[in-house]
Design a protein around this ligand. Structure first.
Ligand SMILES: *Cc1c(COP(=O)(O)O)cnc(C)c1O
Length: 402
């Protein structure tokens, strides 16, 4: 068998919608992007949604909108994809890395509290593998210690009066928090629609807006403009007869979503419940299949508050060192099974290491990485394929660890 890690769900429906867009005469930002934004707002119960060409762009745009700059601090987990911290570097601020929980690999509450200072402008929790962070508690930290120490530098920061809480929800579209889908829990929640994510537009992302201190519809329009050079009219509006004239009030960025991307997203969203259900079945089948191998430490996908979006199956191997884990991955690869490792903690990447971040300060981030193997999870993965993976994982673990 040949089992890839995370191919996208592409079928006749996806192809038809893309072709329809190609034939429509409008392929960049236009009616389909607007429709996707409306449908994501409805699905997530956010106040407004802006779609962009990536989650990275969304994270960075929000930092720039909030005026985060040199001398400011942004709290991020040490265990995440590099995008979370890279955007902080882009605006010249300092990523303050904190450790994560060993159990779910999400950012640790006590570590956030300890890291909040009079320079903290933003807190960026990351929903690792699709399991939501403790948003109520994180918001409470922003409203208490964050607010008490907050030193605003501009009118927006004054108006918010505390650090912004911006979720890197790249993994967790469709996850549940309480009885609600993720998207409305904190100020800004940034989703990724990259090709390997649960819901894809090939490349793409969305920022769901929920500020109490601002009008989110006005903010939506501001971010739309900021994502298109600060131009007062986008190409679609300018195309209306006689409406060519526009202005540029400030030099904005260029990170809009195209209608070609949105077309894929609309198909994906319309059948997303089906996608999520299948992902859940796959994860449960792994859990049942691996339950009798005590060396396999199994992830949790729900507690009494939250339920994951089943983005990654983060298997951990009891007592495995990095080298053992790597051997298991090689054995699986020889059997045609593609796996992955999430994540190389940021302090282990050359750029951050050279800046002085030290993995020894983040023991849980290291442990979450060192014995981790992510197993394939995607809509088209059959039960037979899952059973094949289970069988070979057990054999490989036995071969390496016994
Ligand atoms: C994929 C990912 C991103 C980046 O998403 P893009 O849409 O590719 O910019 C950010 N954070 C995490 C945790 C991710 O996994």
């Amino acid at each position: 068998m040949k089992i890839p890690f995370a191919p996208p769900r592409v079928d006749d429906k996806t192809i038809a919608e893309v072709v329809d867009t190609l034939n429509s005469g409008w392929i960049t930002t236009g009616p389909k992007t607007a429709k996707l934004e409306e449908e994501i707002t409805a699905y997530t119960q956010a106040s407004a949604t802006v779609c962009l060409n990536s989650a990275t762009a969304g994270l960075e745009l929000m930092l720039r909108w909030f005026g985060v700059q040199e001398g400011d601090e942004v709290i991020v987990p040490a265990y995440t994809y590099c995008a979370t911290a890279n955007v902080v570097e882009h605006v010249g601020a300092t990523p303050v890395m904190v450790d994560v929980n060993n159990a779910d690999a999400n950012i640790n509450l006590a570590a956030i509290e300890a890291a909040i200072s009079d320079r903290t402008k933003v807190i960026v929790p990351v929903d690792i593998a699709g399991m939501p962070c403790d948003y109520c508690e994180i918001l409470a930290l922003a409203l208490e210690k964050g607010k008490a120490l907050f030193q605003p530098r501009n009118d927006r920061q004054k108006q918010l009066g505390r650090p912004m809480v911006m979720a890197d929800a790249a993994h967790s579209f469709g996850a549940l928090y309480g009885k609600k889908r993720l998207g409305s829990q904190v100020d800004a929640m940034v989703f990724s629609f990259h090709a390997v994510k649960n819901l894809t537009t090939a490349e793409g992302g969305a920022v769901c807006l929920n500020f109490e201190a601002f009008n989110n519809h006005e903010l939506y329009a501001e971010l739309r403009t900021l994502s298109l050079h600060g131009q007062s009219k986008d190409a679609f509006k300018k195309m209306q007869p006689g409406a060519w004239r526009y202005d540029v009030a400030y030099p904005g960025y260029k990170c809009n979503m195209t209608d070609l991307q949105a077309a894929i997203g609309l198909v994906e969203l319309a059948r997303y419940d089906e996608t999520l259900n299948r992902r859940k079945e796959i994860c449960n089948r792994y859990i049942q299949g691996l339950a009798d191998e005590e060396l396999c430490l199994l992830p949790e996908f729900a507690d009494n508050v939250k339920e994951s979006s089943y983005h990654l199956f983060r298997l951990r191997i009891k007592d495995a060192k990095e080298a053992d884990r790597d051997k298991i991955i090689t054995i699986l690869a020889e059997q045609g099974i593609a796996t992955n490792v999430h994540f190389l903690p940021l302090p282990m990447l050359s750029y951050y290491k050279n800046k002085g971040y030290d993995i020894k300060d983040y023991p849980n981030a290291y442990n979450c990485f060192a014995n981790e193997i992510s197993l394939p999870v995607y809509f088209d993965l059959t039960d037979e394929m899952v059973d094949y993976v289970v069988d070979h994982v057990k054999k490989a673990v036995q071969a390496v660890m016994r």
